[in-house]
Design a protein around this ligand. Structure first.
Ligand SMILES: *Cc1c(COP(=O)(O)O)cnc(C)c1O
Length: 436
């Protein structure tokens, strides 16, 4: 086989991979329908018939609740807003702790800080990358009020293991399902496995409206509190006769009508998109799994994976080169994808830096300049390097991920991805001998 591209050889492919675009004529018509109505948002921030929003928002919520099998769905303007509202609805406040994974998008953890509570980071499973129930159990104190689980990369968290810890200590389970809409566990949809769940409709997710999110729950009190936080709670609770006032400082987390109309069309496409991701991922797992030192993403027993990304484990000892050298060589063989040209090939080392290593936690500056809520928190807090060794090992040396299983990739496209890995694997000597 030819020389590696990183050593001056010809890359496996230079023609861009297809872009991932779920927006079609259905969304165009839905947006036009709303534009022509002239009603782009119907919400009123007071206790009125329009407190719950307009036609499209309410229709989306009904359809979303039916699809995912829950009694309440609340549209919001992002999953970040949804996570904030969910934590507020659960009643967290200063002095409280929320156990969360450090291997997630930052908002999963900051949702606690917004209410003056603190995140406590527990380590993750070495093979499934979600919160490890044993690590969570070791973090519980009398101040713990909730566990924020994340269905990272598209795989549902260990629902039984986490529920056992939560039930023992009377904790809320908040499920950040931004990366796993349509994944299932024991036949139930991810996002509905805890007390309250949050989906994202951000541009980078499986289905999207540009920005957007949906919160789901079967608990009527949590649902009402999310609806209040979403829409100026403080201006509503008096007239609505709401007695419980904690965290009833509202926001404007409302989803506009065009986004709701788009989301209704996107929801209709979700099942097909997930099936295509699963088929592409199965092929890549099968092919790349044949390479020594590469372990394809594990699918938890009784779960299905929604493949927001495919995360592989890389064993540098077996391969004989370090992950950085290897992935750099693979990337050199592959092109970028349309719509995301600037990111280069969609193959990456690690995911996000473990959250506790962010300046926010290292310097303990969150709200105001006095260190609130870290300073004065009644319990000990640890955000030091080494806190979650499994996460750090995965992030800094073992995990690599790709989004190249996205719908739109043909078998030929997938074969080019496989060929890049096979080529690097067959020419490892070139990477070892230090030639320019
Ligand atoms: C994308 C993402 C979010 C935030 O979603 P937005 O809709 O962009 O606010 C939260 N958590 C996880 C795990 C995500 O991947």
């Amino acid at each position: 086989m030819s020389r590696l591209a990183i050593k001056g050889g010809t890359p496996v492919r230079t023609e861009l991979f297809p872009g991932y675009n779920t927006i079609g004529v259905e969304e165009e018509q839905a947006a036009l329908r709303v534009l022509r109505s002239g009603v782009l948002s119907k919400y009123l921030g007071c206790w009125d018939g329009d407190f719950y929003g307009g036609r499209e928002v309410r229709a989306l919520e009904e359809e979303w609740a039916r699809y995912f099998g829950v009694t309440h769905a609340m549209a919001v303007n992002s999953a970040t807003s949804g996570l904030y509202a969910a934590v507020g609805a659960c009643g967290l406040g200063p002095g409280d702790e929320m156990v969360v994974t450090p291997y997630t998008m930052s908002a999963s953890a900051t949702a606690a800080l917004v209410y003056g509570a603190v995140p406590v980071f527990a380590d993750i499973e070495p093979d499934c990358f979600c919160l490890d129930p044993a690590a969570v159990a070791a973090c519980i104190t009398e101040r713990t009020k909730a566990i924020m689980v994340v269905d990272i990369f598209g795989l549902p968290y260990d629902a039984e293991g986490i529920a056992a810890v939560a039930e023992k200590h009377g904790l809320f389970v908040i499920e950040d399902c931004a990366q796993a809409p349509g994944a299932t566990h024991h036949g139930r949809y991810a996002g509905t496995l805890g007390h309250i769940g949050v989906y994202s409709l951000n541009y980078h997710k499986h289905i999207h409206t540009g920005e957007g999110g949906v919160v789901v729950t079967d608990d009527p009190e949590l649902a009402e509190r999310v609806q209040l936080i979403r829409n100026h709670a403080e201006a509503v609770v008096g007239d609505k006769g709401v007695e419980r006032l904690d965290n009833m400082i509202g926001f404007n987390f409302r989803m506009p009508e065009i986004e709701a109309a788009l989301a209704r069309e996107q929801l209709g496409k979700l099942g097909g998109l997930i099936a295509e991701r699963q088929a592409n991922a199965a092929y890549l797992s099968d092919q790349l799994g044949k390479l020594e030192g590469i372990t394809p993403p594990k699918v938890r027993e009784k779960s299905t994976h929604a493949y927001y990304a495919m995360s592989f484990r890389f064993d540098a000892e077996v391969v004989g080169v370090d992950r950085h050298t290897y992935i750099d060589a693979v990337r050199a063989e592959l092109p970028a994808s349309r719509l995301r040209e600037a990111e280069g090939p969609l193959v990456a080392e690690g995911y996000v830096k473990p959250l506790y290593l962010q300046p926010l936690y290292q310097q303990r500056i969150a709200i105001g300049r006095g260190g609130f809520p870290f300073a004065g928190h009644p319990g000990a807090l640890d955000y030091s390097a080494g806190l979650c060794p499994v996460t750090e090992r995965l992030h800094y040396s073992e995990l690599f991920s790709t989004e190249l299983m996205r719908p739109g990739m043909t078998r030929q496209d997938l074969d080019d991805v496989v060929e890049a890995f096979v080529k690097v694997h067959s020419n490892l000597d070139e990477l070892r001998d230090g030639r320019p």
